[in-house]
Design a protein around this ligand. Structure first.
Ligand code: NAG
Ligand code: NAG
Ligand code: NAG
Ligand code: NAG
Length: 221
C-alpha cells in the first residue's frame, strides 16, 4: 500500500520532469508541458515567423530532463504541416535525422544536415516544418519548428556558440543542475540518507530513474 502510493507519486513527479524543451530552432509557440504528448506539442498550425535554417551543417538543441532518451527529427515539406500524416510519405515517417540515443540528462546539440538526406522538396527557399520526437520514459513527446531552408543563411555567433553538449552530473544527491528545481539546492547538503527525502518531490523529480528504482526497492523491503 505504502509502496503503491509512493510509486504513483514518483511517477507523477518524473512525468513532469521528463518533458523536453526545444531550444533551437525556436518552436511554434511557447512551451506547454501538458500538450507535449500531442502533435507538434499542441501547436497544429504553421507559424508565419519562420526560422531561416541552413541547408547544410545545421543542428537542433534540446534540454532534456529524463535520462535514457532518444531523439529523432521528422520533416514535412508542406508549407502548412498540421498532422502526423503531413510528416509521412506513403505511410512512412520521413526522417530528417534518425534516433540520437543518450543516457544522460542536460543540454544537447545534435547535427541536422538537411541537404545530405536528399528529401524531395527540401531545397533552398522551401518552407518546411521539422518535428522533434523525443522518447524518454513517458511516451513520445513532440515539438515543431517552422523553417525556411536556405543555402546562404549564416547562423549567428550566439547560436553557433550555444551548440555544445552539457550533461548534468548524474550521481549523488543534488543531481539536478537546473536552478529552476525548487528545493533541490537546499536539500543537497543535508547529509540525507535517501529515505528521508521521499517527501521532497522537487528533489525526487530530479533523481534519475535508476536511483529512483533503487529507492523503490529499499522502500519495498
Ligand atoms: C513566433 O511567434 C510566436 C508568437 O509570438 C512565438 O511564440 C514563437 O517563438 C515565434 N517563433 C519564432 C521561430 O520566432
Ligand atoms: C514561406 O513562408 C513565408 C512566411 O509565411 C512567406 O512569406 C513566403 O512567401 C513563403 N515562401 C514560399 C516559397 O512559399
Ligand atoms: C535508440 O532509440 C530508439 C527509440 O527508442 C530505438 O528504436 C533504437 O533501437 C535505439 N538505438 C540504439 C542504438 O540504442
Ligand atoms: C551531442 O550529443 C548528441 C547525442 O549523443 C550527438 O548526436 C551530438 O553529436 C553531440 N553534439 C556535440 C556538439 O558534441
Amino acid at each position: 500500500m505504502k509502496l503503491a502510493s509512493f510509486t504513483v507519486v514518483s511517477a507523477l513527479a518524473l512525468g513532469a520532469q521528463a518533458h523536453f524543451h526545444l531550444l533551437y530552432p525556436a518552436p511554434r509557440g511557447e512551451f506547454v508541458s501538458a500538450k507535449e504528448p500531442d502533435f507538434c506539442g499542441g501547436y497544429p498550425e504553421a507559424t508565419a515567423n519562420r526560422t531561416a535554417f541552413p541547408l547544410s551543417n545545421g543542428f537542433f538543441r534540446i534540454k532534456q530532463g529524463h535520462p535514457d532518451w532518444a531523439a529523432s527529427v521528422l520533416i514535412s515539406v508542406k508549407p502548412d504541416a498540421k498532422s502526423f500524416d503531413d510528416f509521412k510519405t506513403s505511410g512512412n515517417d520521413v526522417f530528417l535525422r534518425y534516433w540520437a540515443n543518450e543516457t544522460q540528462t542536460g543540454n544537447f546539440c545534435v547535427p541536422l544536415d538537411v541537404a545530405s538526406m536528399k528529401i524531395p522538396g527540401a531545397v533552398d527557399g522551401a518552407n518546411v516544418t521539422i518535428q522533434v520526437v523525443l522518447s524518454g520514459g513517458d511516451g513520445q513527446l513532440y515539438q515543431c519548428a517552422d523553417l525556411t531552408l536556405s543555402d546562404k543563411v549564416m547562423l549567428s555567433a550566439d547560436v553557433q556558440a550555444a551548440c555544445k553538449n552539457e550533461t548534468d552530473p548524474t550521481s549523488g544527491h543534488g543531481a539536478s543542475s537546473t536552478s529552476t528545481a525548487p528545493g533541490a539546492a537546499s536539500t543537497g547538503s543535508s547529509g540525507n540518507n535517501g529515505l528521508g527525502n521521499l517527501e521532497h518531490l522537487p528533489l525526487l523529480s530530479a533523481l534519475g530513474a535508476g536511483v529512483l528504482g533503487a529507492l523503490v526497492a529499499v522502500v519495498s523491503v
